[in-house]
Each structure stands twice: as C-alpha cells, then as structure tokens.
Design a protein around this ligand. Sequence first.
Ligand code: GLN
Length: 258
Amino acid sequence: MKKKSLAALVISSMVLISTLVGCGSSSDSTKTASKKYIIATDATYAPFEFKSGSNYTGIDIDILNAISKKENFKYELKPMNFEGIIPALQANQIDGSISGMSITDERKKSLDFSDPYYDSGLAIVVKSNSTIKGLADIKGKTASLKKGTAGATFAEGNKDKYNLNLKYFDDTPTMFQAVLNGNADIAFEDYPVISYEIAVNPNSGLKIAGKKVTTSPYGFAVNKGKNAELLKMFNDGLKKIKADGEYDKIINKYIKSK
Ligand code: GLN
C-alpha cells in the first residue's frame, strides 16, 4: 500500500513536472508568435516609402507587408531620418530596416543584409535648366547630399577629384530643395527615386544629368549577428513573393516603365 502511494506520488509529480515544462515551452512559442519586430524605414523616400494619408506606402512597405504575411510575423514600422537608421540598428534599438538601403561592403562590416531585392544606383540630379550633362561637368560644383547615404559617400570619395563643395541635408526633399533654390548645383540621389519624382511631378523643376554613376542593390538589414530569424524570414518570404508574382505586382504598381 505504502509502496503504491509512493509510486503514485512519483507519477503525479512527473505529470506535474511535464505539465510545467509543457507550459514553459508553450508560453515560449506564444512569445515568438506574438513578437513584434521594430522595423525602421526612411520617412520620405518615394517610391520606396512615403506617407499616403495617415499610412505609409511604397515598394519597401508593400514588400515587407507581403513577406510578413507569408512568414507570419508582426512588425511595427518606425519611420526615421535615414542617417539615424544604421546607428539605431547597431545599438539594437530597432530590429531591422527596409529603407532603400544599398548593400555596401562598408555596411556589411556592421550589418547583415538580406538577398538583394531591388537594383538601384546613383544619378546626378540638376535643375531643369542646368547645362550639367554628367560627371564631366561637375568640377568645382556644389553638391547637395543626404546625410549618411551612399550618395554622400560617393561625393566624399570624389570630392578632391572634382573639387566639390559639399552641403548636407536630413532628407531627400530638403536635398532637392537646395538644388531648386540654387544653394547647390547638383544632388546625388538613387535613380529610381529621382525618376519617380520627375514622373509623378512633371513640374518638379528637376532632371537627371546623364547616366547612372553607380549601381547598387537594396537589401533588408539587421544588426550583425542579431535577428537571424527575421533575416531568414525576409529571405524566405522574398523568394515566395517573387515566385507567386506578388513582387512584380508591387513593383509595377509604383514603377511604370519596368
Ligand atoms: N540607397 C542609398 C543608401 O543606402 C539611399 C537610401 C535612402 O536615402 N533612403 O545610402
């Protein structure tokens, strides 16, 4: 009798332990399922991200949204000035970034990038009546740059070669404004961004001078060694939306000529 009740006690405590362990693991998976990733985006970067009414829209936003549905993760969008995004990733204040960010070797030292999701590159932006036709004409000119961008890095690297005077701005609209009001002769901006601006706003007063001066693909980024599961979900989801045509639909919604 005594033996039996001891066995019962052992069994019931085993049941209790396994229930507790079970509870632990089930609450862990609930935690993963309900985790909300904070994903930064540039605040003003049409056609990749821009405000439409009270919501954000654009290629990056639609791609992220489509991928999050395929991969079943939740996120909160955090629009920021582009310059703040990489430091915020490095400080783990945000989990990821989709912000028309070019994949560069320098950035790869501190960030992990997804597979490339869009081919871009820099163009020279000038006022509609400018005689500047390309790199050959930019000697001694003032360049309007957006802080922290590949465009700024390009201008800094070519400052001495072209004897450039550099002026920095927080976002794309103010960078373009400097060209429009004559405070700068040129701006360096990604080709699809200036092309879209001219297409949706034929009276923008801006034009593209010559051909692309660089080519660079965009990637979704996380801090190096962090959020590997998020990066994997992005890559897996990207493959799925490319395979089922959703990716093309998104691009065609914003880029008419592609
Ligand atoms: N593609 C550029 C970069 O990565 C600009 C990005 C942006 O201005 N949002 O620096």
